[in-house]
Design a protein around this ligand. Structure first.
Ligand code: NAD
Length: 343
């Protein structure tokens, strides 16, 4: 398959797309710097066994653009970028691979700063850090997930206040999909706030823990779309908001951490027409990048939580503007981001 960049549908005037090859380590990576108007481009490094190069290019273009929007709405002084390593994270990882990536980042002179993502870990980033300082999310305190969970929780509170006119989550039913790093912590906060949990995962151990710890009701993975709930919290997969699931879902609010929740952009309007309030994914799940950005910029760790809690206010502004302008919340969130980075 021939791979294109400028004519790829996800190409959005990315400032720079760099193809990195280092034969000794076997590194084949692509770094996409989407936009640096607000600061250096920041976004994680994904390692994935792509079926072909075209798939890797599509992914890095799409993900880097998404980071520009996420970072801008979160009010961070950084732009958007992403990198992908083509390879199997279970079998192809070596320290030399991440050393070589570090050297490539160093050559970019700080225009792009990486961190961990799907398929990479803080340990991999430690190797990157041996060759460059343009890396964040290092060490044990580098895990951004608890902050992503906090952002989701304050986002759910804002959505409930706006849509259900309630100050508390007490007694509301949340259908939570995915009890991983973010989902489990989010579930803990929801339970502590008095919400009732219905959960699904493909990992039985996590389900058992949630049943014991949060008195959660467990349902089979595919049944999570059919349950009677007030809030649907997608914290596992992308594209779970699609015509099939929307015809089954009863929830009036969508507030979860997963990236790219809308299967297509048009679903935003479908949700509005159905009277479902959608907390746009890249607004509600920005807690992790806020944490990583503070670490990279050496800003006080004590201020991270306050910044993450602002996600609630940002979402309220998005919800109110969507009502005023009769637009999907997803469209409004895009416009807020563009208003900040398109200068
Ligand atoms: P994770 O891999 O730790 O957790 C995902 C969970 O989903 C796992 O427990 C997995 O077993 C479960 N799962 C997989 N397939 C499922 C299915 N079909 N039905 C139900 N459960 C299923 O990932 P995470 O770090 O918790 O991230 C969750 C989501 O949030 C991802 O989409 C991620 O891209 C997004 N996100 C995460 C962060 C972060 O800080 N970790 C930040 C922004 C966005």
């Amino acid at each position: 398959m021939t791979a294109f960049v400028f004519s790829e549908p996800n190409f959005d005037n990315h400032e720079q797309v760099v193809f990195v090859s280092e034969p000794k380590s076997g590194l084949k990576a692509i770094i996409a710097v989407h936009n640096t108007n607000l600061g250096p481009a920041m976004g994680g490094c994904r390692m994935w066994q792509y079926a072909n190069e075209a798939e890797a290019i599509t992914d890095v273009l799409r993900l880097s653009r998404g980071m520009t929007y996420k970072n801008a709405v979160a009010g961070l002084p950084i732009g958007g970028g992403k990198s992908v390593i083509i390879g199997n994270p279970k079998t192809d990882k070596t320290p030399a691979l991440f050393d070589a990536l570090g050297e490539a980042l160093e050559r970019l002179g700080g225009r792009y700063v990486t961190a961990e993502d799907v398929g990479t870990s803080p340990a991999d980033m430690a190797h990157v850090a041996e060759k460059t300082s343009y890396v964040a999310g290092l060490g044990a305190s580098g895990d951004p997930s608890p902050f992503t969970a906090l952002g989701c929780f304050v986002g759910a509170q804002a959505a409930v206040k706006h849509h259900l006119k309630r100050d508390s989550l007490e007694g509301l039913i949340v259908a939570l999909q995915g009890l991983g790093h973010v989902g489990y912590d989010y579930a803990r906060r929801l339970h502590a706030a008095g919400a009732k949990l219905i959960v699904a995962d493909i990992d039985k151990t996590l389900l058992e823990s949630a049943r014991t710890e949060f008195h959660a009701e467990v349902v089979p993975a595919d049944s999570i779309y059919d349950v009677q709930a007030d809030i649907y919290a997608p914290c596992a997969l992308g594209a779970t908001l699609n015509p099939n699931t929307l015809s089954r879902m009863k929830a009036k609010i969508i507030a979860g951490a997963a990236n790219n929740q809308l299967a297509t952009a048009e679903i935003g309007q479908v949700l509005r027409d159905k009277g479902v309030l959608y907390a746009p994914d890249f607004v509600i799940n920005a807690g992790g990048i806020i944490k990583v950005c503070y670490e990279y910029l050496n800003k006080p760790e004590s201020e991270v939580e306050n910044h993450v809690r602002k996600i609630g206010e940002t979402l309220t502004e998005v919800f109110e503007r969507a009502d005023r302008e009769n637009l999907p919340t997803s469209v409004v969130a895009d416009r807020v981001a563009e208003g900040r980075f398109k200068r």
